[in-house]
Ligand binder design. Sequence first.
Ligand code: ZN
Length: 417
Amino acid sequence: MTLLRRHLGVILACILCAAGLPFAAPPAADAAPGDLRVSDIRAWTNEIYTRVAIDTGEEVSWQANTLRADPARGLPPRIFIDIRGAGIQDEILRKPVEVRNGLLRQVRVGRFDRGTVRVVIDLERESTYRVFALPGPFRIIVDIDGEGEIPVPPPPADSAVSAAPAAIPPPVESPRVAALQPATIRKHPVRVMIDPGHGGKDPGAIGPTGLKEKDVVLEIGRKIREKLSRSGEFDVRMTRDEDVFIPLEERTAMANKGRADIFVSLHINASRNQRAEGFSTYVLSRGASNREDLELAARENGVPIRKFQGVKFIIDDMFTGARKNESLRLAKTVNDAVVRHVSTRYPGVHTLGLKQAPFYVLVGARMTAVLVEASFISNAREESRLRDPSCLDGIADGVVEAIRYYGQNGILAYSDY
Ligand SMILES: [Zn+2]
């Protein structure tokens, strides 16, 4: 990433010097109105997926649009985002991004007119894309899908499957429903991205005696990786393996870029009610069924509850039915297995079951994705359990068992995009 940014920086500066660009670049000393600044451009990309994050810190007014390729002028298909009332931090002008990987050619940024910053994403080919913003700090996220619609598998030929054709919804609605047929052989080990929440400056929730969520989930994540890697059937990676801060959108992007089949975000719950207890596992949804879940999502997202509205529409748009069904199925399997394993060490463990809430870290995930809330660090008894390595082993064993079960049941047949 660091390399990518540096590389981009050099290219961007060159582009802005060139003639014929859509930017009307004013002198560098020409400050934009207000203090809003595009302070960073970040990108994660492979040949079929790109996420670009545009950091402004404060909320800005923005608009996205596209331009088709213009062969006569030698211009590729472009996505551009105009940000009004903003300036650009000078360093950004000096660090653009060139990729040329078959999907993304480069990202460049400049002043379109006085008070409008234009970020242009030059694509290698026509692609579908989605743009949305996340608050706290404000950033605009562009997800580019180089495959467009996921191809629909051919109709099954054998009678066992064709006996129930009516169970397959129209492909436009949910093409991945065919993944439920356990017929296809995967071409690669199941790729699992384990995401220990928080880290670095963000401790997550803190227990009554000072235990930090970020430390507990990192320990659980390492145990999962160690246990799951033993057989060689799984390619296990972690979004972080040390005490560092990673923005939520970067975690999702790491899973997408790495073409993970399964994404598991690890967290420990907390509540103002010190008696609240139990394990729950979540999938992404646009809202929550109760106040506690909404408060939980707000805390995990690092934003006040009132900031949720803007995210609702993107979740509906981005989440296909089939993938959600797979996520629901994995989430239930994970929660049941975790509770069972921890119960052998600590009888009487509570389960809160499978739940849904708007977690930013799951937005835009291209794979089966769940978020585990492994008991309450705010509950003194559960906090003391979380200091016990055998409890963490139990949590890890549960997640591992669920992923094995899920991976072995053919559910991932079409996930190798
Ligand atoms: Zn958390």
